[in-house]
Ligand binder design. Structure first.
Ligand SMILES: *Cc1c(COP(=O)(O)O)cnc(C)c1O
Length: 369
């Protein structure tokens, strides 16, 4: 059996009529930039997040960057985040001319360890940027308590956590969250796209102006301030709007596959942990084992594609050598990285496919199902 890591083609087949109609509508109206179709998606996605505003932008990286700029993060500022993430989290901080400061993660959830934040605060700290990695919300109550007490701003990296919940609340649990709609994300476009979702009208206004060359609504060649080109394509907005009504169903399917994996692989590999009161949306299903690379090769030879999220922590990337952070600085981050393996995860997996992956994992460890 051949099982890809992600299968976007099967998903497209299941919603082809709706997506094709949405694409045709944009093309036939030659409405490629901004317009009511973009606004309709922004309205729908804001409602989905139970927030007041969503601004569509070019990518999740753009969303992180623009949200930081909107919050006033700039030269000399430090932003506390994690090294166990996709590099874009830290890059957005660096491109906003600020410095990322990394705290270690919780060993079970692999999310920001909020108990480590206070020790990382300096006179330059401006904001905290937790990452809701793999699809589970970080400990936002502690993050927001510390932020309030210490006068810091909070931005959530929600690139992997559409529809995730904590105590029944969705992101942004704080004032603002950055989403990615990269094709493989839980809600994916057919190209690059992202969104800044916020409860704060001032942040929304800043992002909608800056993404479009500092233009205020309607005045075409009048530029109130300097902006840039960070717009979301209307074609992507239309595709995302056609897909959004399916996201709840897709999320439940991911959760069912995760339960299935966890039932069969319990005691064989270290499983992802879902904390009580949280709704994990399993963008990724990461297991941990000391034999991750041998297991990966074994699965590959059985037709099962796997991945590793992420093999090199951000603080050890050559691109961040200038920060001068040595190996050993973030021990939990560094050891979990070496032991990770992400198993195939997407809504259209069948129970047979999950069973096949589990059979192959059990066979590798010489166990019977
Ligand atoms: C995907 C991702 C991003 C970047 O999103 P793009 O749309 O690819 O720019 C940022 N942070 C995390 C955690 C991600 O997974």
């Amino acid at each position: 059996m051949k099982i890809p890591f992600v299968d976007l083609k099967t998903q497209y087949r299941s919603i082809q009529a709706e997506v094709d109609a949405a694409i045709r509508d944009v093309v036939e109206n030659t409405a490629f930039i901004e317009g009511p179709r973009l606004e309709a998606f922004e309205k729908d996605f804001a409602a989905f997040c139970r927030a007041s505003h969503c601004a569509g932008v070019g990518s999740g990286t753009d969303a992180l960057y623009l949200a930081l700029k909107a919050m006033g993060v700039g030269p000399g500022d430090e932003v506390i985040t994690v090294s166990h993430t996709y590099i874009a989290t830290a890059e957005a901080i660096s491109f906003a001319s600020a410095t990322p400061v990394f705290v270690d993660i919780e060993s079970d959830t692999m999310l920001m360890d909020a108990r480590r934040i206070e020790a990382a605060i300096t006179s330059r700290t401006k904001a905290i940027l937790p990452v809701h990695l793999y699809g589970q919300l970080a400990d936002m109550d502690t993050v927001l308590d510390i932020a309030k007490k210490r006068g810091l701003l909070v931005l959530e990296d929600c690139a992997q956590a559409h529809a995730a919940e904590l105590g029944g609340r969705r992101s942004p649990i704080g004032p603002v969250a950055a989403f990615s709609f990269y094709p493989g994300k839980n809600l994916g476009a057919y190209g690059d796209a992202g969104g800044v979702v916020t409860h704060d009208p001032a942040i929304h206004r800043y992002v909608t102006e800056i993404r479009n060359h500092g233009r205020e609504k309607k005045a075409k060649y009048e530029h109130a301030r300097l902006g840039f080109g960070f717009r979301m394509d209307t074609l992507q907005a239309a595709i995302l709007r056609a897909k959004l009504p399916h996201l709840e169903d897709w999320t439940e399917k991911r959760r069912a596959h995760a339960r299935h994996y966890s039932e069969r692989l319990k005691g064989v590999v270290e499983l992802p942990v879902e904390r009580p009161g949280r709704r994990h949306v399993f963008h990724i299903y990461p297991v941990r084992t000391d034999q991750s690379s041998a297991l990966r090769a074994h699965l590959e030879s059985s037709g099962v594609s796997t991945n590793c999220h992420y093999p090199i922590p951000v603080h050890l990337q050559p691109a961040y050598a200038s920060l001068g952070i040595k190996r050993g600085a973030l021990p939990i981050t560094e050891t979990c990285t070496e032991r990770l393996l992400s198993l195939p995860m997407y809504p259209d997996l069948t129970p047979d496919q999950v069973d096949y992956v589990c059979d192959r994992v059990l066979a590798f460890f010489g166990r019977k199902g």
